[in-house]
Write a protein that binds this ligand. Structure first.
Ligand code: GLA
Length: 388
């Protein structure tokens, strides 16, 4: 990405000169394994991507905040007052950066003048690669830099999640913000969402490539279904707590779950809990396999993860299943939906020498089954949110 062009765009939109202008990059993320466990106190294994949201920012002397996105030019410049930030439907995407300002102010950080920011993202919107968390962390680092805030990355991560939960009304876990803020080039992060302890794991795949495939299906109803799944897991936890001393489903082994699952009478709720418990254990096993150099075992666990998300957690959809089955047929080492589901992307491990044919065959099968095309990206793992 040529940042000079974005700086030129910034000056065209907001006027003035380059003086006081800062440049930032906040990546997208892809989760390799461990979905719908981050709000169940389980392990996840995401990594930051080498592309994401770019932000060009400059402080102002008055109280006006001006926000512009090259991705939503039609919406024009969105204006807010730094001393009176509210959620406004018509502000659309800009409610994400606005939320960060509000949450940091409420926590006592001094943000007492306005500022201008131009954003540009090359993460496809709604693809489940976390464009919202990416813009949240981008805003957090803009604010840290422009206002000299004493704030650690881990706190920026937590405030970004809080902002999305409370200002934007999406009850997400912490995985996306954590992966984006704390990402490290060529590493995935094994994160224990119960304790926030984490470990970087080098992703040295040698002759294997991570291919992301986008269904191009917009995620309709995803938020309400997401919150519904969270509710079902909470119900399951309360029922299990009658007999077992746990504070999260992620604390259960498969064995203890099997011994106690009769406490959950509702079959649907039992399936949801089963996914949470097994997916967490799968993530732990997958990282062990990876560290032992057993990529085939890692891939098999990815496949099992997809089946569990499809059948027990029921967050997949025809488009995702079509991409995954096509990948399984066309020689993937592992393939699964990634992220929240209901549309969005799959993540695939493919032998590097087969990538071209893989993309062609899976793409053709998808097009003929679904009627429109999928997009494919080669994932390269980048660093977390930073000034550049
Ligand atoms: C979304 C949420 C995350 C996580 C995933 C599913 O991306 O933002 O917190 O729950 O779904 O793993």
């Amino acid at each position: 990405m040529n940042m000079n062009i974005l700086v030129e765009d910034f000056i065209k939109v907001f006027g003035g000169s380059q003086e006081g202008v800062h440049r930032f990059l906040s990546p997208g993320r892809v989760n390799l394994i461990g979905d719908h466990v981050d709000y169940n106190g389980g392990f996840v294994f995401p990594c930051a991507l080498s592309f994401g949201t770019y932000a060009i920012a400059r402080k102002r002397e008055d109280a006006t905040i001006r926000l512009f996105s090259n991705n939503f030019k039609d919406l024009g410049i969105i204006v807010a007052d730094v001393f009176n930030i509210n959620y406004e439907e018509s502000h659309d995407w800009a409610n994400y950066p606005k939320g960060l300002v509000k949450v940091l102010q409420d926590a006592g950080y001094k943000i007492d003048t306005g500022f201008d920011v131009l954003f540009y993202g090359n993460i496809p919107n709604g693809a489940g690669l976390s464009s919202s968390a990416s813009i949240e962390l981008a805003t957090a680092i803009v604010l840290k830099t422009l206002f000299n805030l004493e704030i650690e990355m881990l706190d920026m991560v937590k405030f970004s999640q809080k902002s999305e939960n409370e200002f934007n009304g999406v009850n997400c876990g912490i995985m996306d913000q954590f992966a984006i803020g704390m990402g490290k080039k060529d590493h995935a992060i094994l994160l224990d969402t119960n304790t926030l302890n984490y470990q970087y794991t080098p992703i040295k795949l040698q002759d294997v490539t991570i291919v992301i495939a986008n269904t191009n299906k917009r995620r309709g109803l995803a938020e309400s279904k997401y919150n519904e799944r969270r509710g079902e897991c909470e119900t399951a936890l309360t029922l299990l707590q009658q007999k077992i001393d746990i504070t999260a489903l992620g604390m259960l082994t498969e064995e203890v779950f099997e011994e106690n699952k009769h406490l959950i009478e509702d079959e649907v709720v039992r399936k949801r809990a089963k996914h949470a418990v097994y997916e967490n254990q799968r993530t732990i096993k997958a990282v062990k396999a990876l560290n032992a150099g057993d990529l085939h075992c890692f891939g098999q666990l990815m496949n099992d993860s997809h089946i569990s998300l499809r059948d027990d957690y029921e967050v997949s959809c025809n488009e995702l299943d079509t991409l995954v089955s096509a990948a399984w047929k066309n020689g993937s080492i592992g393939s699964r939906m990634t992220g929240a589901g209901f549309g969005g992307c799959t993540v695939n491990l493919v032998k590097t020498e087969d990538v071209e044919t893989f993309i062609q065959n899976v793409g053709n099968e998808y097009q003929s089954a679904i009627g429109y095309s999928a997009d494919f990206y080669i994932a390269s793992i980048g660093d977390g949110t930073r000034e550049i």
